[in-house]
Design a protein around this ligand. Sequence first.
Ligand code: FBP
Length: 551
Amino acid sequence: MKKSPLQRVRSEYQPKLPKALQGPVKVKLGEATESVADQEEIKKLFPHTYGMPVVQFESTDEPERVEEPFNVGIILSGGQAPGGHNVVSGIFDGLKRLNKENRLYGFLMGPSGFINHQYMELTAGYIKEYRNTGGFDIIGSGRTKLETPEQFEEGLKVLRELNIKALVIIGGDDSNTNAAVLAEYYQNIGAGVQVIGVPKTIDGDLKNKWIETSFGFDTACKVYSEVIGNIQRDCNSAKKYYHFIKLMGRSASHIALECALETQPNVCLISEEVLAKRMTLDNIVSYLCYVIAERAKLGWNFGTVLVPEGLIEFIPSMKDLISELNDVLAEKGGELEGLEPHEKLEKIEKMLSPANADLYKSLPRHIARQLSLERDSHGNVQVSLIETESLLSEMVAKRLAEMKENGQYAGKFSAQHHFFGYEGRCADPTNFDADYTYALGFNAAMLINAGLTGYMSSVRNLTEKSEEWIAGGIPITMMMNMEKRHGHMKPVIQKALVNLNGRPYLKYASMRETLALNTLYQYPGPIQYFGPSEICDRPSMTLLLEHDKEV
Ligand code: FBP
């Protein structure tokens, strides 16, 4: 593989490990755990893996080498996130420290490789090419949902064939939910296979006290912030456009909020706030028009607006519509197959309750069509396919024209649209993500060696130097609650949305009015891998603020 000069130098970077993982470890057991909600139901569904204790690794002088070598399999699941390759190299190095004969296998293209027995052995030479690089191309990823006993049994065949004693699933909340279900299944049948999860997603919504952030969030936000900064310079130079910038993140607005803290745009919409204030689409449009009209009075017909990709699902009336659409598509999707697009929309309209049918009819047709597209394998609306940024700017343009006629607005409005998502998911990890992912992987190898199953790799204390990070594991069941998916109640990991009482949101909210009616853009510039630690190793503003640090 031909490498760029930066790739060549960066491949030599040795990620730092927490002190506790630098030598032999012993396990310290904590208190028994409970799920975050719906304890009775979750306990019933996970009789073998519910209530297990939190574990922490500590250094020990006892020898650690494992006499009997063992094999491990890994699956990269869902959307790419920077640092995935370092999770793999961390697991590999951890396994090799335990016993040089241990082997690592990668299932190809996500869970489907596990079910269909497509795999490769990951050797030292192969992994070397991928150290500290972005992407999941080392083995590929996929979104097949691992959920049926038939799939688990098919997978078990290949695990037996390869003499694999543990499977590591590197994924987001849905994939880690699957990891918990699989762990429970294998425990129940006495398969003798452990399952360990690793918290991945740029969305930043897989977090709690023990999982302080999911990997990839830091790098992805820094990539988006760099480009938003560049757009803001352009915007402030030409002074003629409003840039509507949609940012990935699925439901939660963590990415948009982090980028707003980094770049200080004129407006950043926060979906969770829209829901809490029960705002309508009309309220949002009115707020944007207010800002645009006020800026026009100051002679500024330009600005930047950050839009979280999941916004539409948080507008209460839209949320009701989407929820009914989810049920309709899950239950009656077959009746819609083969219909022309306009026939499909008409048929769906008839299947909806009157209030939702009215709202559905009132939407621009391209947005109604995007809302009716097939759900992903977990039953989620594919929000990245809905052009919320253009929906908003179209509605704003229409309202401003009306305001102009009424003499309420005298400016010029011209919009540009952007969507940043895929651009950041495979970036080379920041030092933070490179170290964090390597530690998560290395730690997963130690969880396996400790004989644990149904656990998620947990590395915390992340705003301190990496040597001071705390390594261990938490039972996945403790993060679960019951939610409706595909029309049925299912146990799933609870998503962490933006906390409206949390410091990151409050910090932004305190600056909002000033940022809207001034031009105070911040330009973060590109990710730095070499140079002063305060620039190269700085974690996200979200993490710093959540840990009561100064920013
Ligand atoms: P994960 O939850 O699997 O980490 O994926 C995150 C994400 O990047 C979302 O932000 C986005 O909505 C979605 O994936 C896009 O999915 P796809 O890659 O299938 O287009």
